[in-house]
Design a protein around this ligand. Structure first.
Ligand SMILES: NC(=O)c1ccc[n+]([C@@H]2O[C@H](COP(=O)([O-])OP(=O)(O)OC[C@H]3O[C@@H](n4cnc5c(N)ncnc54)[C@H](OP(=O)(O)O)[C@@H]3O)[C@@H](O)[C@H]2O)c1
Length: 252
């Protein structure tokens, strides 16, 4: 069960946070993992974690808003580990703080779309032809609870970009299914990553718990377990869905 033995998995944005935990979880289940990000020291720490547990991984840096850099990364991965079986297009985040629409700058809007929707599109664009040729593959994308329902305090550009990621994933599932490729999306509510632990004051964390029927905040491990299920054959008949990893905070 949950076997990823010898599968090559590229987890973008795995130098920290949710992506790092997905990389460790996949390695624990036998995958050869590509740890990716821009911060080489942070990537090296995740790589060391994986090697300590007896797993196999490499680290590759690339800015995923550039197709040329993604293509270079894919070349390196194919050279060192072989073709990519599993893509987790996780890298992203909100570059801008929530603000009323008229106060959002053009630069912040474009950065939100580039760093989430366009980056996800470019990463899939690079990896998909090989998967089609081989007649198999798994793609997992990362949305957010911000895209699941409107909220006056939401970072609007980021939420819109993530809603785009969800539809992109469904379109991909429809187009690539006949080639043996599955595509699914995960939409987490606030996750207590290292960054969020440090930046969300304890009182706010307590208040946020109340918005979750399961009465706690989510962890990177919660998301990694969902990603593992979607990556392995346990979910062989599931494609084109958005999985809310949200403790019931989002009920759609
Ligand atoms: N944490 C949450 O509460 C939460 C909730 C909902 C959705 N999400 C989504 O889940 C994903 C992971 O979130 P997180 O909180 O774990 O993020 P994080 O801790 O801020 O880490 C972001 C990761 O993405 C990489 N990254 C971002 N932009 C990149 C770019 N242009 N090129 C290359 N790498 C890039 C970062 O690399 P470097 O740092 O090495 O540069 C890092 O590895 C994101 O898509 C986020 O939108 C998170």
């Amino acid at each position: 069960m949950s076997d990823l033995k010898n599968k090559v998995a590229l987890v973008t944005g795995s130098s920290r946070g949710i992506g790092a935990e997905i990389a460790r979880e996949f390695a624990r289940h036998g995958a050869k993992v590509v740890v990716h990000g821009r911060d080489t020291a942070a990537m090296a720490k995740v790589l060391a974690d994986i090697e300590r547990m007896g797993g196999q991984a490499i680290q590759v840096a690339a800015d995923i808003t550039s197709l040329a850099e993604i293509e270079r990364m894919r070349g390196e991965v194919e050279q060192w580990l072989g073709p990519i079986d599993i893509l987790v297009a996780n890298a992203g985040g909100s570059p801008a703080r929530p603000a009323p629409l008229e106060q959002i700058t053009e630069d912040d809007w474009r950065a939100s779309i580039d760093g989430n929707l366009t980056a996800t599109f470019l990463t899939i664009k690079s990896v998909l032809p090989g998967m089609k040729e081989r007649g198999s593959g798994v793609v997992i994308t990362m949305s957010s609870a911000a895209a699941r329902r409107a909220h006056p305090g939401s970072p609007m550009g980021y939420a819109a970009a993530k809603a785009g990621v969800e539809l992109l994933t469904k379109e991909l599932a429809a187009q690539a299914g006949p080639y043996g490729i599955r595509a699914n999306c995960i939409a987490p509510e606030i996750i207590l990553t290292e960054v969020n632990q440090g930046s969300i004051p304890p009182a706010t964390q307590e208040a946020l718990v109340e918005a979750h029927p399961l009465r706690r905040l989510g962890t990177s491990e919660d998301v990694a377990r969902a990603a593992l299920f979607l990556a392995c054959d346990d979910s062989a008949w599931i494609t084109g869905v958005v999985v809310d990893v949200a403790g019931g905070a989002v009920l759609v």
